[in-house]
Design a protein around this ligand. Sequence first.
Ligand code: GDP
Ligand code: IMO
Ligand code: MG
Length: 424
Amino acid sequence: MKVDVLLGLQWGDEGKGKVVDVLTPRYDAVARFQGGPNAGHTLEFEGKKYVLRSIPSGIFQHGQINIIGNGVVLDPVLFAEEARALEASGVDLKKVLKISRKAHLILPTHRLLDAANERAKGGAKIGTTGKGIGPTYTDKVSRNGLRLGDIDLDFDTRYAAARDRHLRQLEQMGDAADMEALRQAEVKFMEAIDYIRGYEIVDSEWLINDLLTQGKSVLCEGAQGTMLDVDFGSYPFVTSSNTVCAGACSGLGVAPNRIGDVFGIFKAYCTRVGSGPFPTELHDETGKRIRDLGHEYGAVTGRERRCGWIDLVALRYAIMINGVTKLIMMKSDVLDDFDTIKACVGYEIDGKVTDRFPYSIDDEAAIKPVYEELPGWKTDMTKMRSEQEFPQEFSDYLAFLECKLGVPIAIVSIGPDREQTILR
Ligand code: GDP
Ligand code: IMO
Ligand code: MG
């Protein structure tokens, strides 16, 4: 058996949570492979809305195993908060969720370092989610991290050593910690570690490979998006993990030849939270209109998302890097009332037009997006249930995108609810 991977092709918040929930009934297991509580994955069904941060979006369907893989960084306190809320709403989480003992832990001082790093960068700050993601992955790669499996191995001593190292780093940065606040955070941290002991902590690479050997199917759920990938995104304005398909191999222990379908998910337009370049960003009324109609505010931080037209140069690059086999287009309903819709088909740089995503897009003034303008469909599509109901202009828009991107669009989402999903 193969594993399928679903991941974001833009700057995150494409709607991954919604689609993972929709696709889950086809699979035996759902697994997160990178990122941490910087993610906010929204699901809506039966009039209720849930935002998941570290827990896979497969938990609301029935019978699947959900796995937090080794590539994820776990904040015990935020995890406990999220998990307890789900338990209170009736999800039997301890039964369906398994967590890798190789997942790295986000410590209270990682969050302090995240904030200190941002302050030190001043005007060049990344605009991180402040969840300690960067410092935790830094410790992982520099071989200083603490893993979930360490909680049974002289944990207090190891924890204290890591904390003291972080405090020294903070002091060197001129950002000494508030020790009383830290002490309180540590009490909550240790309490949350105890709560996690109630979950099955596993060797998730064995679990997943055993499932595959038994003929079971697995869906891997990405977080963030390809343009936030630490290698291929708009570096340094990226997150600290590999959000691309290869991240599913290293973040779960799945061999590359086990990868089956790669679902690449994108919005009918484009958004970005935090700082960093965004060639098709709209600073005008149209950008504001997209933000209002699409409710483009962060699921976790509530931050305003920057909005712009769809960028096919970046999308083609993302499709290549990930080996996307099927596309999923989200939030087309947000454009239901537009007279015309623009799509960026090239970048004009120094008078030359290219459709190749360049090394750097930092100098936004030097990149002029080249647009094609298409007629809008001017139809409320939110209650449609099959592609036969699509207006002609919308079908033409899909055909245009498929032609430019070279991959079929298999799913179209026309609203936030589980039911507002059309499989083609
Ligand atoms: P994720 O991080 O990729 O899971 O995406 P988020 O949950 O952060 O952001 C997607 C937002 O769009 C959420 O508020 C969803 O409820 C909402 N959403 C998802 N699909 C659609 C859609 O097709 N139409 C509209 N209008 N909203 C959608
Ligand atoms: P989901 O999974 C959108 C952005 C932050 C910042 C940069 C680095 O919901 O799509 P970090 O805290 O990771 O060090 O921040 O990445 N970012 C996201 N943007 N959606 C996300 O997740 C994001 N996770 C991180 O805004 O620009
Ligand atoms: Mg999100």
